[in-house]
Design a protein around this ligand. Sequence first.
Ligand code: AMP
Length: 217
Amino acid sequence: MVNVILLGPPGAGKGTQAKKLVVERGMVQLSTGDMLREAKTSGSEMGLRVAEVMDRGDLVTDEIVIGLIREKMATPSAGGFIFDGFPRTLPQADALGDLLAQLGQGLDAVIEMQVDDAALVARITGRYTCGNCGQVYHDKTRPTKVAGVCDACGSTDLKRRADDTEEALRHRLMEYYKKTSPLVGYYYAKGQLATVDGLAEMDVVSAAIAKVLDSGD
Ligand code: AMP
């Protein structure tokens, strides 16, 4: 079993790579962004509370996301967990360490996906996903084979995120540098950080991630 954090700014490709790891290694993807978006669409009290914060590109409170992760980690994963978009602050990182320790588990790797900011705008503004299976697409670099139909599951429920605008992205980037990027140093100091080039072709990035995961066996 391998537990891994995918760390990187919005648009670095965390979700795309996490989904490949789910298929290829039977791991469980824990994306707090997906969980929060689900809460938003379901119209739950918490969903309503976070909607505006998310659309603006601000971070929601540590308490909310730690609660979501704690709940999901209660169901064991034989293949391990991929933390995608969590932790995003130092208190979240500490909380994750505690949760894993309570389960008698550890963190096997923290993979930083490095990308330059200029590339992010192009990546984010062309992005759309399947509302049914979560597959990620891009207008220019990875469109669906048939327009409007998901390659993976055939659904026609393709959507764009409310926070994938240039303005919200600028805000999300600022949040990343202020609150999340200190985690790079935090995990480096713990000897757990590996870095991959997030701008390489998708399969090259996957191979680099696989190398990091397999080196710990
Ligand atoms: P993501 O899908 O990971 O880009 O997350 C979308 C939005 O959900 C973020 O811009 C935040 O508003 C919120 N969010 C997701 N994960 C976290 C987290 N770990 N901490 C705080 N806010 C989060």
